[in-house]
Design a protein around this ligand. Sequence first.
Ligand code: F6P
Length: 546
Amino acid sequence: MTAHGAGSAQFPHPVIADRLASLARRDRGLSIDSLLAEDPARVERFQMEAAGWRLDYSRHLLGDDSAASLVELAQTAGVLDDRAALFDGSPLNHTEQRAVLHTLLRATAAHAGLEQEFAAVKDCQARMAQWVGRVHDGGHRGHRGERINTIVNIGIGGSDLGPRMVVDALQAYRVQGIEVRFCANVDPDDLDSVLAGLDPHNTLFIICSKTLRTEETLYNAHRARQWTLDAGVPEDGLAQHFLAVSTNIEAARDFGIPEDNILPMWDWVGGRYSVWSAIGWSIAFAIGMTRFEELLAGAEAMDEHFRSADATGNMPLWLSLLEVWYVNFMGAQSHAVIPYQQHLVRLPAFLQQLSMESNGKSVNHRGEALGYATAPILWGDVGTNGQHSFHQLLHQGTVLCPTDFVLITGDAVGPEGKQRLLANGLSQMRALMVGRDEAASRASLEGRGMAIDRARELAPHLVIPGNRPSSTLSCKALTPHSLGALLALYEHKTFCSGRIWEINSFDQWGVELGKEMGAEILGALQGSGQRFDASTDALLDGASHE
Ligand code: F6P
């Protein structure tokens, strides 16, 4: 498998692709710093605003004519024409014959022809709000009458990453007296540490699973149920302590959760796009329903922008075009997202599922193996922490890794620490761009009093090549609204890249094989005697003897 894909399907739109390839060969030789120095108006041309966010993409190895050709690629691929399918219920997810309608979850009016689905969403939100209100005001209590003070969300993948990240990100908005915890891993250590110190009598679990067939979630849900029973909660008191969200209402009922405690999901919402649905119930418990609605409103504002902006000024499309530019024409395999905001520490993990589960594909819509690359490896961590670890590679390593810096600029009027944070973010972006040559490195060492010979010897190690591309996404404040818009921005970016690559961004067949094998290997660990390959067998033998 190469970075270009092992198959034979060629990158779509060969004429534009050839032109982009030749422009990329030229643009590799550009100096980003000089582009800005010689043409300060570039910053104006290479930026846009949407739903409270500003994207600055002036620090890229991208000439104006290359930018125009990328827009032409998007137009030829019909990406913006395809947007309609995200709003009209077409079966975009063709391998599963499903519509893709997460935008309906944050809509304030029904999309044409989807009045029934919209009514179901509104009904679900009303029930969600009732539950949140009853728990917050003490109307719903534990079976002995104690007030609920802890919510534990049990779910994994899309039923965990979004809610967990948002609850963390919006901790400044938390409702007093309610703690929200998350358990995802099948490793019992996860649930054990989540439950440590909790009292089952004032704990409310949400079993969160689109399918309610997910091994980890079922295993943890049964352990949580047993933990509750062991503490003396009777079977008929469990209804006070368990809620569920699923498309599989029957399985939730079989688990013993009454219908009243179950909120629906729909097969037209993908797991990684489900934070806006009742899968986000834990968010509403954490910050209240009004704030949850603000999150939805932020996403809807970005939907409106995506839906109406043309190609040159469309922010999600531009994030995608930059991705395609670097992955398909510059040979990048990696993309970093670095938020300069501690509460966004889980954003990269959320985006990993969004991007890599959506677009980590190697066949196109027609089932042909791709001869070109798709989603890069997305990773990241918060600034400033990363500066003391992986930024070394960003500055001096050999890997091309375009980076998104996410900045909350309005915070800089606050405490000095926030000014330091912003200064660090801006200086990292600038250092990546301008770098430092050998002469400047020597001068710096000599300026610190180092002997000339030693400075000459050491200087090459201090050289920072610079010219490393980055984008800035900035907004004034991290609020439910701005966070909602940011997540929708990346969702639509993912959609656009998937359309350009002609892949299905909404299925995830790749995760299934491991699950099937997992069941057989568990059987072997439990004595089935089944044998596999020499390596697996040796490890299994070792595990049973240790
Ligand atoms: O295994 C992958 C996956 O299907 C994800 O797409 C999904 O978000 C996660 O598992 C959890 O699925 P569920 O919500 O059905 O438990």
